[in-house]
Design a protein around this ligand. Structure first.
Ligand code: SAH
Length: 359
């Protein structure tokens, strides 16, 4: 399963060994700097691009493309070559445009409140499948008059469980697409060996850890992998990452009504966050089909945040983007499970530009 965004620079040079040496450069420039579809890279002879595009097709076929009512969030459901489905979300903010990409089809981490976790694991994505999500979103951003500046590895799947391909994709985003390492963030459920490995990589990217509970008894329930990598080990791995990279560490905390939004939860979280000088991202839990609880009410969210701040911890309440198109955190693929159509559908918004079949 090799697709257009799998080969690295050396692999393209090998594939183009019979051609003049500058062809690999033209191709690389066309794909990653100009964001041009291979078949349309006009600096390459027509016959060559047709042959290469046939040998190395793109990996992502649009199943649905949805645009939020305000036009600022775009979500794609893609079908991969083997029929697996993944999602990507593009979010425009006044000062940046961020792509949230998937690293696996499904997820084996089994966090009960997460729609992807509820669906189980299918397979790892290839480097090309991860990189192509950014490229396709970057093309879309360009038609919106915007530029993708940030990537968060926070879509479907656990990036550190697909370590090598994810890291190669990160290097491609940095080296070929030109994204700054400080604008790349990897979010993990807390796979301790992976965090340590990441800390030892030369490229310093931001780390986000999905904490959700600051005591082992509760975290064992919410995030089952905690039974293998309990909090003390997780905190030690985060310390290691910070020492190595001095990049911002953040904790994700989905506020669940009556479960992890109590005053004592805030106190325990504050202790860990202050110790690690971590930033806390609070987000009221989004409802998913297979989980009985709901997000904390707004007053509780505000109160929880105040408790943290009173203890010297910086906390942000993350705006819930794309709820009207099921693009919100933890909801990816929830809607596709209960009977979607296979045609391209678009929720009308200011940036909707009609249905363009893409492949
Ligand atoms: N596996 C990685 C990245 C994917 S999940 C991780 O666990 O970090 C991205 C974020 O969405 C995580 O913080 C996850 O805990 C959170 N999330 C999952 N389901 C959610 C839900 N229903 N409501 C709010 N956040 C959710």
């Amino acid at each position: 399963m090799t697709s257009q965004f799998d080969p690295d620079r050396d692999e393209w040079t090998r594939r183009l060994a019979e051609e003049p040496a500058y062809r690999a450069e033209q191709l690389w420039q066309g794909l990653y700097l100009d964001l041009t579809d291979l078949a349309d890279i006009s600096t390459l002879p027509r016959g060559l691009r047709d042959r290469l595009a046939a040998e190395l097709p793109v990996a992502l076929a649009v199943v649905t493309e949805s645009v939020s009512a305000d036009g600022e969030t775009v979500k794609w459901l893609w079908a991969l070559e083997d029929g697996a489905e993944i999602e990507t979300v593009l979010m425009h903010y006044p000062e940046r445009s961020t792509v949230c990409v998937s690293t696996q089809a499904g997820c084996a981490m089994a966090c009960g409140f997460c729609a992807t976790g509820q669906g189980g694991f299918e397979r790892n994505l290839t480097t090309g499948e991860i990189v192509e999500q950014v490229v396709r979103a970057a093309r879309r951003a360009r038609t919106d008059g915007r530029r993708v500046s940030n990537v968060v590895l926070m879509g479907m799947g656990e990036p550190l469980a697909n370590y090598d391909r994810t890291l190669e994709a990160v290097h491609r985003m940095h080296g070929a697409l030109g994204l700054s390492a400080r604008h790349l963030t990897l979010s993990t459920v807390g796979l301790v060996p992976g965090i340590r490995r990441l800390a030892d990589e030369p490229l310093p990217i931001n780390l986000a850890v999905s904490l959700h509970a600051a005591d082992d008894a509760l975290r064992d329930q919410l995030v089952p992998i905690n039974r293998r990598y309990p909090l003390a080990d997780l905190v030690a791995a985060c310390e290691h990452h910070q020492r190595a990279h001095s990049r911002r560490l953040s904790f994700e905390w989905a506020l669940i009504d009556g479960v992890n939004d109590r005053d004592e939860d805030a106190a325990r979280l504050a202790e860990i966050a202050r110790h690690l000088r971590a930033h806390v991202n609070l987000i009221p839990l989004n409802r998913t089909p297979g989980w009985p609880t709901t997000g904390s009410p707004p007053e509780r969210v505000t109160h929880f945040r105040r408790l943290l701040e009173r203890r010297g911890v910086v906390a942000t309440v993350r705006a819930n983007r794309g709820t009207d198109i099921d693009a919100a955190c933890g909801q990816l693929r929830a809607a596709s499970r209960d009977g979607r159509s296979s045609t391209v559908t678009m929720v009308e918004g200011p940036t909707a530009r009609g249905n363009r079949p893409e492949r």
